[in-house]
Design a protein. Structure first.
Lengths: 606, 744
């Protein structure tokens, strides 16, 4: 006989704690518990058997690991929360008694907690933190655009805006931006920092309003954590890049609406960082990693050589040295470029090129385009950009600057009288719609400006992040054979023998022996289909059916029968997989067929 | 408390304290006695300033309160002065005048003379009725109502009837302000004072018109000019009153020292609200493993673009379907939209909500780590040998035999594999050749044919037919004479075996030999009445015993008939559950009994239960045992087929569920490694079932073929399948009356 076991002392009953018992154990309110869970990143777990975990009850509750709760019980923040509760009680009593002096003292001595240790616990290495800043960035960008009210103090919004600007500044400085996607929800950016992809979503530049069914307290708690996390991450990023963190804010510029330009980047050590560790090229031994490092050092050095120019380009006097510097930088790039094909696999080639995609170009934004978005994108890819004063101050380039190569316009064409000077200017520049910039970035090369010209219907904007495997790819042109088939189909339609063709198809579908083929031929002749069209349909049908039939007859029958011998678990898995595959397939086919229809309609309209 | 005394004498300390503590009490008492002591207002001025002498009674901490009290007192004093002025104007009593006496040359108060006229006193008023305050109903029966001053009767005044009263009230405008005076027995108008009193009582006011609830406090002992300047007692002040306390000093100095040494911070330094980041990752992290990162949101696809290809845009139906769905059920949380240019793109209205839901997911949703299977689903299908390599097995329908009217319930095949008998529900049993399908002979019985079974012996040839309450034994036509004679000698021996010791209620009847014909049974076993239709027959391999299962009857309806002894016995006295099927073990003296949910194996020689198998089927329909005797298949009406390895456990080795309707019948092929099952879905499933001799290898079951061709009528499909013993051929009977032969 084994040892007697007491129920509820081991296993799931001990390892899991319900939320209410956790709250009871921690002796805090539910709101405090929520706050702790958010800050510490503790989330409910799903026990394998809810009944075993909850002493035989199957009531709907959420379970936490008991160890997690024990770990929360030692949290310094919990202590601070309790202290805060005590102070709040004292404060309310003092206020009730009208003891203003002591109330003021209490108010001043309210405990505050710090989240440093939590950041350190949750993200033991910097890479961990960097991997997890997606949500933090989204939130900070969202809150930087929210209107402040009683629940949202203006300092918070200000801090969020500052963090957002710092991040953009860093991405621009390190040329880390890789992909941009203009979606209906907002703009997705993807940057690659220390081999980690960071994706964040920025809402379009409208005032967001917080709906009533959103609990702002939860969001604020998250934001509290995210702000701390981001400031630590930025500190590390900036100091690693040799910059001072936090960057100084030029309040005057900020008031003028300079946006990102209001922050002034400073070198932490005023001396130039020379590319000291440029490895000597030794034939085959150089790996892609070394090359990337070299490029990075080159980039950094080129950035470092013009830090003041880059960041304080508000003064018009500094424009000229920068202009002088542009070819120099491209020379750097060229050397890197020349070395690349011999050293590196071709797959990485477009990326390295695209880092300085816009460096030879100078852009000017017209006033209807959102400046912060395109300033960020263009400058992240090495381009120079100017804007009219209505979009904010600190534009480095004047509208009539002769160096401007592209003007980003987002309005319909209006014919108007223009002076010869304006005409000359117009002819010298290229007028493109904003999507051109984003598509160039995603393609990794400069696209032809023709299809993106002002007022033209734009080509579709596709997601640079790709879709799942086997999904419908919209820009894939139908292959030659299919096109011929389609043409033939169309011609068949034009000869108005569609029904006959269908009849033939049906007959073919029924059986596939020569006798029925002959019958079909006769039917087609009777219907007045010419022989060529008939053969084409037969070929198509046979192509379809040959495959289908073989599979059907031999494999499907056996497979279906072998399915009987599957275990229940396997069968369920199999059916699930089949279902999802079929769903994907139908989705793809639906899109394809709709595209074909649309093309047909277009052709008919022509 | 006699207030004038207290005022004139120097008051005691204790009293002063009391008065300080309760100014309201003082005021109350003052107001009560104010009327009588009006004259003393001037006299109290001589006692000014006595109280101020002893400030040490107030603690430092109470200074605020004392100030407050003083203020209050000042105010009340001012109020008092004002009140005194207004008092004079309000006074209804005769005003007193202060005049300087001519004799003493001191001011004195002179009251006006009271004149005893109508105004002065109500008692002087003339009242004719002088009876006094007595109950007036004493005079109710008398013509007078009392007596006047001179002792003469006062006669009752004339009073009209009710109408007069009413008219009087209508005429007289003051009637509603008058009341009935009992003393004079007349209506008397109320005076204005009385009316005012009534009004006050009615409105819950103080009935006294002159009462002032907000009377200023009369200051008797406090206030300006009344401060006591002399100590209350002549005793010397103790030293502690004027020497600073040593202990207090020590305590204070302790605190001061602590503050100087900054052990006590008078006001804590404010927590620095400014948060400064630092290099948090420069020091090594703890060995504690970091929690798993939260899953990221899926990246946007082409459909989310502001300018997607046109095929992504939803059609009108799709849009409606999307809007009709609950937000939780939607596959996508947005509808693809197309904008011709970037400036037309509006704000996304549920941006905040989406972020919020993401955060709810982060802290409220349980996370489960799942391994994503990236395999071809077809690889999950077990790899089995191809059916082509497992030939022969029945492949096609070679011929069909029809029972014209009703369901072909049962079939049996002769042991040499050349003949088939099939019976239907109308009582017809047909004998036909398996290769040709031609009917050779037909027998007609009363009622349904429940079961048919051909004797497995090769040297004799006969079969058993089960109908309601009886089992008939019939010899087929065209039998070899040798075989015929042997069969006849077995079924109808010339010398009957001795009857059993215990008389049985089962009757074995053989008609006399001169009446034998091919159409009539040579032997009939009459089962006991109410035993019902025999539904299942099972021959022992030697051909001597026949087990039958009937629908009704006691003992589960199971009988074992022994032909040589012409004796039937019921093996079970009582059996739990309805018996569905029975089987003889092919090698051992074991007997399988399938009840509704269990299969029991009995040892017939030892007369005991060997094993109970639990197939887990709700209702067993049929079973068969493999010719090796080690494997058993059980089919059920709940579509399951269980394969038991009898060497192993009492749970099935494999459970298959492939028929879409109830399994009706199944059988192992006696020689080939095949078994077949038939179902109400009208199909027959053929399996290859190889059983290995070594115990380590599991039996191999390969589905080979699904035979279709029978029609489902009334929800019933193929009712029975039987294998041809010599060939891999199958015979099946169906509810549509057809019997088919399936050949390889």
């Amino acid at each position: 006989m084994g040892r007697l076991r007491v129920k509820g002392k081991a296993g799931a009953a001990k390892n899991y704690t319900t939320r209410s018992s956790a709250v009871k154990k921690l002796q805090c309110s539910l709101a405090d518990f929520r706050r702790l869970c958010i800050l510490k990143g503790i989330f409910p777990r799903e026990p394998r058997s809810r009944k075993k975990a909850n002493k035989g009850s199957s009531a709907p509750t959420s379970f936490y690991y008991t160890k997690d709760i024990a770990y929360l019980a030692h949290e310094p923040i919990l202590k601070k929360l309790r202290e805060h509760k005590a102070i709040a009680k004292k404060l309310s009593r003092a206020l009730g008694r009208g003891e203003w002096g002591s109330a003021k003292n209490l108010e001043e001595s309210k405990p505050t907690y710090r989240l440093d240790h939590i950041i350190k616990e949750r993200y033991s290495t910097f890479i961990d933190a960097l991997r997890d800043i997606d949500d933090a960035l989204c939130m900070v960008f969202l809150f930087s655009s929210l209107p402040s009210n009683s629940r949202l103090p203006p300092e918070l919004v200000e801090n969020c805006a500052r963090l957002a600007a710092e991040w953009q500044l860093y991405v621009m400085h390190s040329r880390a931006l890789r992909k941009v996607f203009l979606s209906i929800k907002g703009i997705y950016y993807q940057a690659e920092i220390m081999d980690q992809t960071v994706t964040w979503l920025v809402p379009y530049m409208f005032t967001q309003n917080v709906p009533t069914d959103v609990d702002i307290r939860v969001m604020l708690t998250f934001l509290e954590l995210y702000q701390t996390l981001l400031s630590f991450v930025f500190f590390k990023l900036f100091t690693d890049a040799g910059l001072v963190y936090p960057p100084a804010l030029d309040t005057k510029k900020d008031e003028d609406g300079a946006g990102v330009n209001a922050l002034v980047l400073q070198d932490s050590s005023r001396q130039m960082v020379l590319p000291t560790s440029v490895p000597s090229v030794e034939g085959r031994q150089i790996t892609g990693k070394i090359v990337r490092q070299v490029i990075k050092t080159i980039d950094v050095s080129s950035e470092n050589s013009t830090p003041d120019v880059e960041m304080s380009n508000a003064e018009p006097t500094t424009v000229e040295p920068e202009e002088e510097f542009v070819p120099q930088r491209s020379a750097f790039d060229k050397t890197a470029h020349a070395a690349l094909p011999t050293l590196q696999s071709i797959s990485t080639l477009p990326q390295t090129l695209s880092i300085s995609l816009f460096s030879p170009y100078v852009f000017f934004l017209s006033r209807e385009t959102p400046r912060p978005i395109f300033e960020f994108i263009v400058r992240s890819f090495g381009g120079r950009i100017g804007w009219p004063p209505s979009s904010g101050s600190c534009s480095p380039i004047d509208e009539y600057d002769p160096s401007i190569t592209h003007v980003v316009v987002d309005r319909p064409v209006v014919t108007k009288q223009e002076t010869p000077e304006q005409r000359e200017l117009r002819l010298r520049r290229k007028y493109v719609q904003p999507q051109w910039i984003v598509d160039c970035v995603n393609a990794g090369k400069i696209l032809l400006e023709e299809s993106y010209a002002q007022g033209k219907p734009l080509p579709p904007h596709l997601s640079p992040f790709g879709e799942y495997e086997g999904a419908y790819i919209p820009c894939e042109e139908p292959s030659n054979k299919e096109r011929i088939q389609e043409d033939q189909e169309d011609s068949a339609e034009e000869s108005e023998a569609e029904e006959a063709g269908e009849a033939v198809n049906e007959i073919l579908a029924e059986s596939h022996d020569p006798a029925s083929l002959r019958a079909a031929e006769l039917a087609a002749e009777a219907a007045g289909v010419d022989y060529g069209a008939f053969e084409a349909t037969i070929k198509k049908a046979s192509k379809k059916q040959g495959k289908v039939k073989k599979v059907d007859l031999v494999e499907d029958a056996e497979g279906d029968m072998n399915k009987m011998m599957m275990s229940n678990k396997q069968r369920k898995l199999y059916e699930k997989m089949k279902y999802s595959n079929k769903k994907k397939e139908t989705e793809r086919q639906g899109l394809e067929s709709r595209k074909r229809e649309l093309q047909k309609q277009k052709r008919k309209a022509l | 408390m006699a207030v004038p005394d207290a005022l004139r004498k120097p008051t005691k300390r204790k009293q002063v304290d009391e008065e300080d503590a309760s100014p309201e009490d003082l005021q109350a008492t003052g107001s009560l006695e104010m009327l009588s002591d009006e004259e003393d207002a001037g006299d109290t001025s001589s006692d000014d300033g006595q109280i101020d002498e002893f400030p040490e009674i107030f603690d430092g901490s109470d200074s605020d309160e004392s100030d407050f009290d003083e203020d209050e007192e000042d105010e009340s004093q001012e109020d008092d002065e004002e009140g005194a002025e207004s008092d004079d104007s309000l006074h209804i009593f005769p005003k007193a005048k202060i005049v300087v006496s001519e004799i003493t040359s001191q001011p004195k108060t002179v009251y006006p003379e009271i004149e005893p006229d109508y105004d002065s006193d109500s008692s002087t008023e003339e009242d004719p009725n002088r009876v006094g305050n007595i109950p007036m109903h004493w005079y109710d029966d008398l013509p007078h109502i009392g007596y006047d001053m001179n002792g003469k009767q006062v006669l009752r005044p004339a009073r009209g009837d009710e109408l007069d009263k009413f008219l009087a009230t209508v005429d007289d405008s003051s009637a509603w302000t008058s009341a009935f005076d009992k003393n004079t027995q007349t209506e008397k108008p109320l005076t204005s004072e009385e009316l005012d009193l009534i009004r006050r009582l009615y409105t819950n006011e103080n009935p006294d018109a002159n009462y002032d609830p907000y009377e200023p406090m009369t200051e008797w002992f406090t206030g300006k000019g009344k401060e006591e300047i002399m100590p209350l007692s002549g005793a010397l002040q103790p030293k502690r009153r004027w020497v600073p306390s040593k202990w207090e000093k020590q305590k204070v100095m302790k605190i001061v020292r602590a503050i100087r040494q900054s052990r006590i911070l008078p006001s804590k330094p404010k927590a620095t609200s400014k948060f400064e980041p630092y290099a948090i990752w420069s020091e090594p992290s703890s060995s504690h493993p970091p929690p798993l990162p939260a899953p990221k949101r899926p990246l946007p696809t082409n459909a989310e673009s502001y300018n997607p290809p046109e095929e992504y845009l939803p059609t009108e139906e799709e849009r409606k379907a999307w809007e009709a769905l609950d937000p939780e059920d939607r596959e996508r949380d947005y509808l693809p939209q197309k904008y011709s240019s970037l400036r037309l793109v509006p704000a996304y209205d549920s941006f905040v909500k989406e972020r919020f839901h993401r955060q709810l997911d982060l802290y409220l949703a349980p996370r489960v780590q799942r391994v994503k299977l990236n395999i071809d689903p077809n690889s999950l299908i077990p790899k089995l040998p191809s059916p082509n390599s497992l030939k022969p097995f029945p492949n096609y329908k070679s011929l069909q035999f029809h029972h014209s009217k009703s369901r072909a319930r049962c079939i049996s095949i002769s042991p040499d594999g050349a003949w088939v008998i099939s019976g239907d529900e109308s009582g017809v049993v047909s004998l036909w050749e398996i290769t040709v399908g031609r009917e050779v002979k037909k027998w007609k019985f009363e009622g349904k044919i429940g079961a048919l079974a051909w004797c497995p012996r090769m040297d004799v040839s006969y079969f058993a037919v089960g109908i309601e309450g009886a089992v008939h034994f019939i010899i087929p036509p065209n039998v070899d004479p040798l075989v015929l004679s042997l069969t006849q000698s077995i079924l109808a021996p010339t010398t009957l075996p001795p009857p059993p010791a215990t008389p049985s209620n089962v009757k074995w009847i053989t008609p006399p030999s001169n009446t034998w014909s091919l159409d009539t049974p040579i032997l009939t076993i009459n089962l006991p009445p109410s035993s019902g239709l025999p539904t299942h027959f099972c021959w022992h391999r030697r051909g001597d015993y026949l087990a039958s299962v009937s629908t009704g009857g006691t003992q589960g309806g199971v009988w074992i008939h022994q032909l040589t002894r012409r004796h039937s016995q019921a093996p079970f006295k009582k059996i739990k559950g309805a018996v569905q099927s029975v089987l003889f073990h092919p090698l051992k003296p074991h007997f399988f009994v399938a009840t509704q949910q269990y299969v029991r194996i009995y040892n017939l020689s030892e007369q005991k239960l060997v094993k109970t198998l639990v197939p887990g089927i709700k209702w067993i329909s049929s079973m068969d045992v493999h010719s090796s005797g080690d494997h058993l298949i059980v089919g059920g009406y709940d579509r399951k087929l269980c394969w038991f390895d009898l060497e192993l456990s009492e749970k099935p080795y494999k459970v298959l569920r492939y028929h879409s309707r109830a399994i009706r019948s199944l059988q192992f092929h006696p020689t080939y490694p095949l078994f077949a099952s038939s179902s109400d879905d009208g199909s027959i499933q053929i399996f290859h079932s190889r059983v290995y001799n070594d115990l380590m290898t599991d039996p191999l079951i390969v589905p080979l073929k699904i035979l279709r061709g029978h029609h489902v009528t009334d929800g019933l499909g193929v009712l029975q399948v039987k294998w041809c013993p010599k060939h891999p051929w199958l015979v099946s009977s169906a509810a549509d009356g057809s019997v088919a032969v399936w050949c390889s």
